[in-house]
Design a protein around this ligand. Sequence first.
Ligand code: SF4
Length: 67
Amino acid sequence: MGSGSGIGIDKDRCIGAGQCALTAPEVFTQDDDGLSTLLPGREEGGSPLVREAARACPVGAITVPED
Ligand code: SF4
């Protein structure tokens, strides 16, 4: 998966703060390393909570496609 049109998570930046998973639990979860990852089928966004999660991320690791 590349960085095409969907939601992006920069795992090099992510510090596992978990704010995204708390803010938009239908979209983000944390993997075994505690880093943010997208739930299957949620890569395209479509939820206003995704934007909230991007804002909530303390390191700006989440990018949301403009539409
Ligand atoms: S809020 Fe940001 S730093 Fe925290 S888990 Fe999500 S992507 Fe990673």
